[in-house]
Ligand binder design. Structure first.
Ligand SMILES: Cc1cc2nc3c(=O)[nH]c(=O)nc-3n(C[C@H](O)[C@H](O)[C@H](O)COP(=O)(O)OP(=O)(O)OC[C@H]3O[C@@H](n4cnc5c(N)ncnc54)[C@H](O)[C@@H]3O)c2cc1C
Length: 412
């Protein structure tokens, strides 16, 4: 049965949700205050991370906590004035990161990640977006021998538990594989099943174009105008009010604002991140994750994109790109990054939940309202999987992955 649906948010998650609903023949309006894929889904490292079967836990060893507290690394920064607001979800994040709980959570996370490349491929083919995707994997590179040994052991364990294909490369093999490297490193793990997208925002645009070809409607509008009506939901758009029986909240890091206005209190927070492109140097062949310094160097369309780790700050606080400066100095030890492309760094925010799992399913307190947000470090990877799952739930089907671990009511 064809139903009318409003999807709020045209990032990777909302666009894939709208696309899967349209593929099922529903009449879908995708609403965003900007174009598709122009926020977080634009600025990420572009990796479809088949290897990311375990979500990032909160660090629990004292050495790392001290380094973070003293803001010594390029991987983490925080705004002191944001801490009172994020303290409660961060404490829960810390508790969920105990080895036993993290292992259980990782099982539920891994079940989503397992399907990421297959589900992207189905949409990439239909959207004619193969030209944006490289399927040669990417590398974790290690500066220190001890962390390389630890990384290799972990990769071996992931091969045994999840079949994650990889090659362990020593310093010589890495130097040969990546001639752009300026110095010898301890070694690398080359993950073979991860894909790299040369322009993440453009992949979302191609998915949105496919959605429109299927009859989907894309309009600019403000999700804050969402209102319940007698028969469903209404939102204000540039094309006038749009009404539908069902609505989906897929606003990424902005989801919390709308949820609060509807009376929901989720343990959400953001990990902000920066990027900048550089040209004029020798680009690495594949994306490199500098494990010991927490930054990613990714060759892309606009140049080599350098991305940073997490900044705990208010979503709307002014940019403080100190991490990017540090990351640039550290990354320049590895590859030549002479000429910045943009005048100022890009800033985005990973939408995070305290238990590291996305929130996906029917809103506990409203009829016809659905949630799909909180995909944290891997929302670009998970868009097609989670879009399909939500569409199946909305159609009253039993989804092909058990969605109980992601149900919106789990925090109550
Ligand atoms: C530095 C960095 C690197 C990353 N690298 C990777 C990676 O390599 N691989 C990976 O899988 N993930 C990565 N991520 C995470 C990934 O980018 C996010 O998880 C993902 O983009 C979230 O998608 P989304 O659709 O939920 O949110 P978004 O892409 O932010 O989409 C939300 C949409 O909501 C719209 N919106 C907001 N408010 C309103 C409103 N009031 N009215 C209407 N519209 C509104 C916005 O305009 C936006 O289009 C990275 C993130 C960062 C910051």
């Amino acid at each position: 049965m064809t139903r009318e649906v409003i999807v709020l948010g045209a990032g990777m998650i909302g666009t894939c949700t709208a696309l899967h609903l349209a593929l099922r023949g529903h009449a879908v309006t995708l609403v965003d205050r900007r174009g598709p894929g122009q926020e977080t889904s634009y600025g990420n490292a572009g990796l479809i991370q088949r290897e990311a079967v375990e979500p990032y836990p909160f660090p629990r060893d004292w050495a790392t906590l001290l380094r973070v507290a003293l803001k010594r690394g390029a991987d983490v920064n925080y705004h002191l004035n944001a801490l009172p607001a994020v303290a409660a979800p961060l404490v829960r994040y810390w508790a969920h990161s105990s080895p036993q709980r993290h292992a259980r959570i990782a099982q539920a996370y891994g079940r989503l990640i397992e399907h990421c490349t297959d589900e992207h491929q189905a949409l990439i083919t239909r959207a004619g977006a193969d030209d944006l995707v490289r399927r040669e994997g990417y590398r974790f590179v290690f500066r220190d021998v001890a962390s390389f040994d630890e990384g290799a052991a972990r990769a071996q364990a992931l091969l045994a538990s999840h079949g994650l294909r990889h090659v362990v490369e020593d310093g010589d093999a890495l130097a040969q594989a990546e001639p752009a490297l300026r110095r010898r490193l301890a070694g690398a793990i080359h993950w073979l099943d991860t894909w790299a997208v040369s322009d993440p925002g453009e992949l979302v645009e191609r998915y949105a174009a496919l959605f429109q070809q299927l009859g989907g409607r894309m309009v600019r509008g403000d999700a804050a105008t969402l209102q319940a009506t007698a028969s469903g939901w209404r939102v204000g758009t540039e094309a006038g009010p749009v009404e539908a029986e069902q609505a989906v909240v897929a606003l990424g890091p902005w989801s919390d604002t709308l949820l609060r206005s509807l009376g929901y209190r989720y343990p959400l927070f953001v990990k902000r991140g920066y990027h900048r492109h550089y040209t004029g140097g020798k680009a690495p062949r594949l994306a490199l994750y500098d494990v010991d310094r927490g930054l990613v160097i990714a060759p892309m369309k606009r140049g080599v994109r350098l991305t940073t780790g997490a900044e705990f700050a208010r979503l709307d606080a002014p940019a403080t790109p100190v991490q990017l400066d540090r990351a640039h100095a550290l990354a320049s030890e590895l590859v030549d990054l002479p000429e910045p492309v943009e005048n100022a760094p890009w800033l985005g925010a990973r939408p995070c939940t305290a238990d590291m799992l996305p929130v996906m399913g029917a809103a506990p307190g409203h009829r016809g309202l659905w949630f799909n947000f909180g995909h944290a470090h891997q929302g670009f990877t998970l868009g097609p999987v989670c879009g399909r799952l939500l569409a199946e739930l909305m159609d009253g089907e039993r989804p092909w992955i058990d969605t109980a671990p992601y149900r919106p009511g789990r925090f109550n």
